[in-house]
Ligand binder design. Sequence first.
Ligand SMILES: Cc1cc2nc3c(=O)[nH]c(=O)nc-3n(C[C@H](O)[C@H](O)[C@H](O)COP(=O)(O)OP(=O)(O)OC[C@H]3O[C@@H](n4cnc5c(N)ncnc54)[C@H](O)[C@@H]3O)c2cc1C
Ligand SMILES: NC(=O)c1ccc[n+]([C@@H]2O[C@H](COP(=O)([O-])OP(=O)(O)OC[C@H]3O[C@@H](n4cnc5c(N)ncnc54)[C@H](OP(=O)(O)O)[C@@H]3O)[C@@H](O)[C@H]2O)c1
Length: 382
Amino acid sequence: MSTTLPAPPYSRKNPFPAKLLVNQKLTLVGSEKETRHYEFCLEGSGLQYEPGDSMGIFPKNNPKLVEEVLHALHFSGDEQVTTKEGQTFSLRQGLLENFHITSPSKQFLELIAERSASATELKELMLPERKQDLEHYLWGMEIIDFLSDNPSVRITIEEFVGTLRKLQPRLYSIASSLKAHPEQVHFLIATVRYESHGRSREGVASTYLADRLTEDVPVPMFVHVAKGFRLPDPTMPAIMVGPGTGLAPFRAYLEERRETGATGKNWLFFGEQRHKCDFFYREEMEQMQKLGVLTRFDTAFSRDQAHKIYVQHRLMEHSKELFAWLEQGAHFFVCGDAARMAKDVDVALHQIIEREGDKTPEQAAEYVENLRKEKRYKRDVY
Ligand SMILES: Cc1cc2nc3c(=O)[nH]c(=O)nc-3n(C[C@H](O)[C@H](O)[C@H](O)COP(=O)(O)OP(=O)(O)OC[C@H]3O[C@@H](n4cnc5c(N)ncnc54)[C@H](O)[C@@H]3O)c2cc1C
Ligand SMILES: NC(=O)c1ccc[n+]([C@@H]2O[C@H](COP(=O)([O-])OP(=O)(O)OC[C@H]3O[C@@H](n4cnc5c(N)ncnc54)[C@H](OP(=O)(O)O)[C@@H]3O)[C@@H](O)[C@H]2O)c1
């Protein structure tokens, strides 16, 4: 009798080392962005996920930045360090894998302010009443800037490491259905690159994946369950608003509904800057339309004309039909930018209900509140 051992329970504490299968740039020539499609192999992990879940990924820092930090502090990198948890490794390895070495912690800023005679501006900004000014000053400033600007400051390894926070995993919405891609997980990720204070900066995890990963280096990852962002009953309609990387979970939803033969109608709103170079998964979505999985598909390309067209403008254009879907019990999903898009889409939703339901602003707010209570208004925004 053959016995199969149960798969080890992979989790945040015991992440699964997944190997890269595909790293494909989706944005084309003319785009101002770099957004990529990734596929990872989960074979042998036993990992299960549902459309709507995210994956936590443990990144590594850029070795070039690690060497710059070591050089600025006059450390060789071979020195041994021990963490609060009792782990011992070389300082170089710690800076690569264990510590957050980009944005500075409060303790690090206090140390620089205390040790550097020239850090007068920082000292003033550290006063409690200057909290907002400090935040403004710190936007785009990293540990390396303070070290380079204060070369005479001497800090011991213990002091430096004592100010560093732990490098945290980053969450990414899962862009695939296990039913369509058994033992795989897919992502849609915007690579973070920007300039500040005369230096080129990089988002840690998004550039780790884009630039520093090869097929033979596994990436530790774990499933982050999102029970509140699940597909409804297979017969219920779904309205999905997913501009930019917000499209990711809806690719997973549509794949799942195709694979399971779910009969519920699906309406997708996607937005990006330019049709020509930022239309991710265009062919797949067109195929979903042909198959009848995607009942309606509306796009908003913000920079193809002089004035901005955003997803909420498309929602408003179709307000009558959209309200009818809501009245039929549709679930309303939003994924992507929290700071601007999700707020504006929320305003549009209220306006649609007011206009098409012939309601006062208070009644529309109550309608939206009921959608929330019935778990039919679901957001995954970041
Ligand atoms: C539930 C959830 C799901 C997510 N899903 C996705 C997804 O599917 N796809 C995706 O791409 N992302 C997704 N994200 C975002 C993702 O987790 C990371 O936050 C993102 O990739 C950046 O991580 P990073 O390590 O590359 O950048 P970090 O090293 O964390 O750096 C980002 C920081 O850089 C700073 N910064 C960025 N731009 C500038 C600028 N122009 N000027 C100055 N400072 C700047 C900001 O402080 C910002 O917080 C999701 C987040 C959550 C919470
Ligand atoms: N925390 C982080 O480190 C981090 C890292 C990466 C991304 N993010 C967040 O994730 C978001 C997603 O980034 P992304 O590259 O996928 O796409 P995005 O920046 O959200 O852009 C997608 C589309 O949304 C448009 N848009 C801008 N403002 C909008 C608004 N108020 N309402 C509706 N649409 C609007 C954009 O148009 P225009 O560009 O023409 O205005 C673009 O056409 C970012 O905006 C950012 O907030 C966070």
